[in-house]
Each structure stands twice: as C-alpha cells, then as structure tokens.
Design a protein around this ligand. Structure first.
Ligand SMILES: Cc1ncc(COP(=O)(O)O)c(C=O)c1O
Length: 389
C-alpha cells in the first residue's frame, strides 16, 4: 500500500481542476493583455476566476490579486504594507512559516522595521496579553500571525487578534495558507487587512496563489505598492504575464473546496481522531506536539506526533517511507544547527532531543490507510525501542 500523509506540504490535484485547466493549456493560449480575441478570451477567464474567489470569500474582486503562491502573497503583504503605509514596527511569532519569518527578519536587518516576537506557551498558544502589551508600546505596527500552523496545526482566533489590532490601529496580516479552502473566511466580517491562499494546499495546482488586500472597510488603509514591478497586470499590482491555467485551476479548486467543506471536514476529522485514539492506545509514551491533538484548537488536517528522540523519528520516517507511507519530519533544532523544526524549537520547555512526525490528511485518505500507517508505526517503533534497549 502507498499512503500519502503529507497534505500540509501539498495536495493531490483534483481531476475536475485539471479538466478546468486543460483548455487554457491548449486552445485558449492567448496573452490576457492582448486586445485581440485570443487575448480577450483568456482575460475573461482570469476575471471570472477572480470573481469566483471574491464571491466565496464574500468580498469584492477588486481586492483579490493573483500571485505565484503563498510565499509571494506573504512577501507582498509584508513588504508592500511596510513601504506603502510607512510602518515602523512589526510583531510576529516564532512559529510562523519562513515566508513570513525570514521576510520580517530580513527587513529588520535592513533597518526597515523594528521587530518583536510575541510569546508563546509550551503548546504554542499566542500570549494575547503580551501581544496587547507590544501593541501598546509600539504604534504604527504590522502584526503578522498565521491562522493555522503548518507543523503543529494550532489555530488562531483571527476575530480576537483582528479586533485587538484595530483597537491599536495596527495593520493585520494573517498567513492563511493552511486554512484557505479548509475553513470559511468571510471578509465582510473578518477584521483583517491581508490574507493569502496557495492553490496547491487545497487540491489546486502548484505555483499559484492570491493575496486579499482590504480596501473596502473604514479601517483598511487602502491599496499598496506592487512588490513585483513590471507590466500593468493585476491592475498594476503585480507585473508579469499571468499564470492563466493556474489561476483558473485555483478558482475551480476553491469552488470545490467550499462546496464540499462540511462533509470533508467531518470525514478528515474522523481520520485524525482515529489516528489519535489508536496511537494513544498502542504507543506507550506517545505525545502530540502543539495543540494538534485538540480537535477544536487545531487544523483538522494536521497531527504532529511526538516521539522519544529525534534520531528515532528520523529512522521511523525513513522506514515509513520504505513501507510506502509518506509523512513529514519535524524534529526540534538542536542549537547551532539549521536543520530541524524552528517551530518545535521555539516552544518553551521543548526537549530538543525529542523527535516528531507530522501526519497531514486530505479527502483522498482512507480509513485503511490510517490503520496501515498506525500498524506500521507501532511495529517500527517497537523495533526501534528494542534496538535502543
Ligand atoms: C503556512 C504556510 N505559509 C506559506 C507557505 C508557502 O506557500 P507556497 O509554497 O505556495 O509559496 C506554506 C507552504 O508550505 C505554508 O504552509
């Protein structure tokens, strides 16, 4: 059996999405900036895709900008908001994806902003009192905090953090790459300035994503300068000929994700619960990192399994792969090393020697795959333990 449990890294393309993309790879090949009919036809497809995304997120197409993925959308939100709005401070957490963390660290090093990290507890919860303290001390700030953590699954209450940012007149960007297509984002209600999406995390194609820029609310600060300069594509916000089939695929994937969201959520959550229950029962001393074992406080797609040592988790991961199971590593960084997980290392009281394996689920996983993964993991674990003894 081959089983794919690395859906937080990327997901399988939905066949219906491929079908929607194919015409734009074949007969509809015009450049959307061309004014002849070949171009106009493709331009119409892009604008239809933008309308679909905007409607699903309950906002206006004028606030949706297509990008090359989550990383570019995060970079645009962060770099362009700091530059356009003249922000002088940034607050983020040590648990962010590198698309956010490295961008802000770079800007901090360049002297573009002062940077503060909000405290997190042993399970990776954001300390909201500390966030408020930082907001009070640092006006003119960008807050960048992710909605769903890609490694430990922790969910952030965007409503609460957004209101706090509004109270302190801070700009709020949330990296929503892991929740887009898996949770509903109602942008008429949600107090955010920027959120993002990457199609390959919800059964769309790789290399395409989008950025939402709040320009419709009173608290929104309005349009930002482009991050990628060039032609007038994306209403002067992002130069470069559009990834047309990617954009059409993204919209189709989001449409399917929204139509199937409740049933898929229930189904995927049942797979995750099954794995948690079986591992608790059969693996002595198993733990779960972050809040990933809490169904209400974590992504239903992510389970981060804690193991006694990082060597053991590396070995297990290798042997799981040989047994046909694709999961992902995540041992904590030992000091001085660039390897390992900066997320696990940033959790206070984290034992740097412990290991971790992340299982992440999708609608294509089955109960049989979960049972096979658990059986294999338990068997390999016992074998490893015997070697250690
Ligand atoms: C939370 C988060 N942010 C950003 C990204 C980057 O997205 P992309 O690979 O589309 O650039 C990822 C993907 O791994 C992610 O999980």
């Amino acid at each position: 059996m081959r089983a794919y449990f690395d859906n937080a890294a990327t997901t399988r393309l939905d066949p219906e999405v491929l079908e929607a993309m194919l015409p734009l790879m074949t007969e509809e090949f015009g450049n959307p900036s061309s004014i002849h009919s070949h171009g106009r036809k493709v331009r119409t497809a892009i604008e239809r895709a933008r309308k679909t995304v905007a409607t699903l997120l309950n906002t206006s197409p004028a606030e949706i900008f297509f990008t090359s993925g989550g990383t570019e959308a995060d970079n645009t939100a962060i770099r362009s908001s700091i530059e356009t709005y003249g922000l002088t401070h940034a607050i983020t957490s040590p648990l962010e994806h590198h698309a956010v963390l490295h961008t802000l660290e770079h800007l901090h090093k360049q002297g573009a902003v002062k940077l503060n990290l909000v405290e997190v507890d042993a399970e990776g919860r954001i300390n909201l009192a500390h966030l408020e303290e930082l907001l009070r001390a640092h006006p003119n700030t960008l807050v960048s905090l992710m909605h769903g953590n890609n490694e430990i699954g922790n969910l952030l209450d965007l409503e609460t953090v957004g209101r706090l940012c509004q109270e302190h007149k801070a700009v709020f960007h949330s990296d929503t790459v892991q929740t887009m297509g898996h949770y509903r984002h109602d942008l008429q209600q949600l107090p955010v300035d920027f959120i993002v999406g990457a199609a390959h995390k919800f059964h769309g194609p790789k290399g395409v994503g989008f950025l939402y820029v709040n320009t419709h609310t009173k608290s929104g600060r309005g349009p930002i300068h482009p991050f990628i300069h060039g032609g007038s594509q994306e209403r002067n916000m992002r130069g470069g000929t559009e990834n047309v089939y990617g954009i059409v695929g993204l919209a189709k994937a989001l449409e399917i994700a929204y139509a199937e969201m409740e049933s898929h959520r229930q189904y995927i959550e049942s797979l995750k619960s099954r794995m948690i229950g079986q591992l608790r029962e059969r693996l002595d001393g198993v733990s779960f990192n972050g809040l990933s074992a809490s169904l209400s406080e974590s992504l239903y797609t992510v389970l981060n399994v804690g193991l006694p040592s990082s060597e053991m988790s590396d070995m297990l991961l290798f042997n799981l792969d040989i047994a046909g199971i694709s999961a992902s590593g995540g041992s904590a960084c030992t000091s001085g090393s660039n390897l390992g997980s900066h997320v696990l290392s940033a959790l206070p009281h984290n034992d740097a020697e412990r290991g971790a394996i992340r299982f992440s689920f999708s609608k294509y996983n089955t109960v049989e795959e979960v049972d096979y993964a658990v059986d294999t993991l338990v068997e390999l674990f016992k074998r490893e333990q015997a070697v250690v003894k």
